[in-house]
Ligand binder design. Structure first.
Ligand code: ADE
Length: 234
């Protein structure tokens, strides 16, 4: 079996990850040995008596800024274990996360995720010790922790051996730049709503064609931007 994919999470709130990392796909990723997820408390790298990790901004202004020292030492510590893993800062100012970025990260050697807090992170850390900045959407979270969890989930489910049914990965939303087709299961009639006849026909060619059409319709209706991206790719 190949080495587990190393995921280092650097945070001021390690307790945030305790529950989620035990549950569901993330738990399975850990137990199966596909992912090795380590959560590191940035505060352990503070050197003063009060274990201070933030300070007031030069130039004045509201709020606090994460000090460079503890975060940089935590990043360097994580890089010792996985020197080739990209160091990623979760921030609303980062590149918007999408499935192709997730796939490219999952295909690499691991990731080191730094969760920002307070009003921001000292710019020198970003300039000197961060390889990528990623945002999970145009909204502001209270910190990078929920964003890191989203990214970890999206990566771990792609690692070999984590999901039972690999072919479901090829059919899911975004895998070919389209949203997924609608799904149905028993009963055939649920409170007056019928399953489309074609799905009961047993004709696999027609079913595949119907699904393709439905996926395209849904994408046109809900996310026309995905189809425009496709045209620009050509
Ligand atoms: N930290 C705060 N908001 C965020 C977002 N939208 N994405 C990533 N990290 C964040």
């Amino acid at each position: 079996m190949s080495d587990p994919f190393g995921i280092d999470i650097l945070t001021l709130f390690p307790g945030f990850f305790r529950g989620p990392l035990r549950e569901s796909i993330l738990g399975r990723g850990r137990e199966s040995g596909a992912a090795d997820i380590r959560v590191t408390d940035i505060r352990d790298f503070a050197r003063d008596r009060h274990r201070k990790t933030d300070d007031s901004p030069y130039g004045g202004g509201a709020g606090m800024v994460m000090k460079p020292g503890p975060l940089v030492r935590a990043l360097e510590y994580a890089s010792e274990a996985t020197p080739t893993a990209p160091r990623i800062l979760l921030t609303p100012q980062g590149d918007p996360l999408d499935q192709s970025r997730v796939e490219s990260l999952a295909g690499g050697d691991g990731v080191i995720l730094a969760c920002g807090r307070y009003e921001g992170v000292d710019q020198r850390v970003r300039d000197g010790w961060i390889d990528q900045e990623i945002s999970i959407g145009d909204f502001v979270l209270s910190g990078g922790e929920p964003a890191a969890l989203v990214l970890v989930d999206a990566i771990v489910r792609l690692l070999p051996g984590v999901l039972g049914n690999r072919s479901s990965l090829d059919e899911e939303s975004f895998s070919d730049g389209r949203l997924e087709y609608p799904h149905y299961t028993r009963p055939r009639n649920f409170r007056g709503r019928e399953v489309p006849d074609v799905l009961l026909s047993g004709d696999h060619g027609r079913i595949a064609e119907w699904r393709r059409e439905q996926a395209l319709e849904r994408t046109k209706e809900r996310r026309p931007d995905l189809l425009e991206d496709e045209e620009q790719d050509e």
